[in-house]
Design a protein around this ligand. Structure first.
Ligand SMILES: [Zn+2]
Length: 222
C-alpha cells in the first residue's frame, strides 16, 4: 500500500527512491522520541512560568513536537558518517520522512473531537516549511503510477541546507517573537484557501484511496 500511495504522489525519479523496508522509518522515530527527552520541556520554568503558561497549552504542545521533529532531523545529519552509511540509505530515510508527513496530512488537521491535532500541525508545519525548497510540485508531470497528473519531486541535494535552516529557525529573540513566529508558521501551512491547502487536498485524496488495514483483537481467558 505504501508503494502504491507513494507512486500516486511522487514523480518517477523520487518514487524510485522509496524503499518500504521498516528500517528507513524507524531511525527517524527513534531520534524524534529521544529528542523529546533532551533540552527544556514542560517541566521546566522560565521566569517561574511553564511553557503552557507562556505559550498556551495547544501552542506549547505544537512547539514541543516541533522541537522533537526538527532535532531528530539534525541528529540524523550528525549521526550519519559516510563510512557508516551509504548516501542511498540517507536518501531513502528522507523520502520516507516526506511520505510519513503526507500520511499525517491525509488524516486531516483536526483530531476526532474536532480540535487541532498538535502533532499533525507541528509536523506538517515543520516538514513543509523546512522542505519548501526541497519539495517541488510539478503540476504538469505525471506521477510514477502513470495515471495521476501533478506530482511531488524531492530535491535531496537541497536537504542538508534545509536541515541547517531548521537548526537556526528557533533563534527568535524574545518570547513574543517566538509566539509570533510559531503562530505565523502554523497559520501559513494549516489555514484553508492557500495554494498549499489545495495541494493538501490532493495529498489527502490520493493517499486515502488505498485501503486501510483494520486490526481485530480478541482476548481469551485460559
Ligand atoms: Zn513527539
Amino acid at each position: 500500500m505504501l508503494v502504491e500511495q507513494s507512486r500516486s504522489l511522487l514523480c518517477t525519479a523520487t518514487a524510485g527512491r522509496v524503499d518500504p523496508a521498516v528500517r528507513y522509518m524507524t531511525i527517524s522515530t527513534v531520534l524524534h522520541e529521544a529528542a523529546h527527552n533532551l533540552g527544556p520541556s514542560h517541566e521546566y520554568r522560565v521566569d517561574d512560568r511553564t511553557d503552557g503558561q507562556v505559550f498556551g497549552g495547544p501552542l506549547a504542545s505544537t512547539l514541543e513536537e516541533l522541537k522533537a521533529q526538527d532535532r531528530g532531523a539534525v541528529f540524523l545529519r550528525l549521526a550519519r558518517r559516510p563510512r557508516d552509511h551509504e548516501q542511498g540509505d540517507a536518501d531513502k530515510t528522507h523520502v520516507r520522512d516526506v511520505l510519513w508527513s503526507f500520511g499525517h496530512i491525509a488524516q486531516g488537521m483536526n483530531d476526532a473531537r474536532g480540535s487541532r491535532s498538535h502533532t499533525r500541525n507541528s509536523r506538517r508545519c515543520r516538514w513543509v516549511s523546512s522542505t519548501s525548497r526541497v519539495l517541488r510540485w510539478n503540476a504538469e508531470e505525471k506521477a510514477a503510477n502513470g495515471r495521476d497528473v501533478g506530482c511531488f519531486e524531492v530535491d535531496l541535494g537541497k536537504w542538508p541546507a534545509a536541515v541547517e535552516t531548521l537548526r537556526g529557525s528557533r533563534s527568535a529573540s524574545s518570547r513574543a517573537a517566538i509566539v509570533r513566529l510559531a503562530e505565523k508558521t502554523r497559520d501559513e501551512w494549516v489555514t484553508d484557501g492557500t495554494p498549499w491547502a489545495a495541494l493538501r487536498g490532493t495529498i489527502q485524496e490520493r493517499w486515502l484511496r488505498a485501503r486501510r488495514a483494520s486490526f481485530v483483537y480478541s482476548v481469551t481467558s485460559p
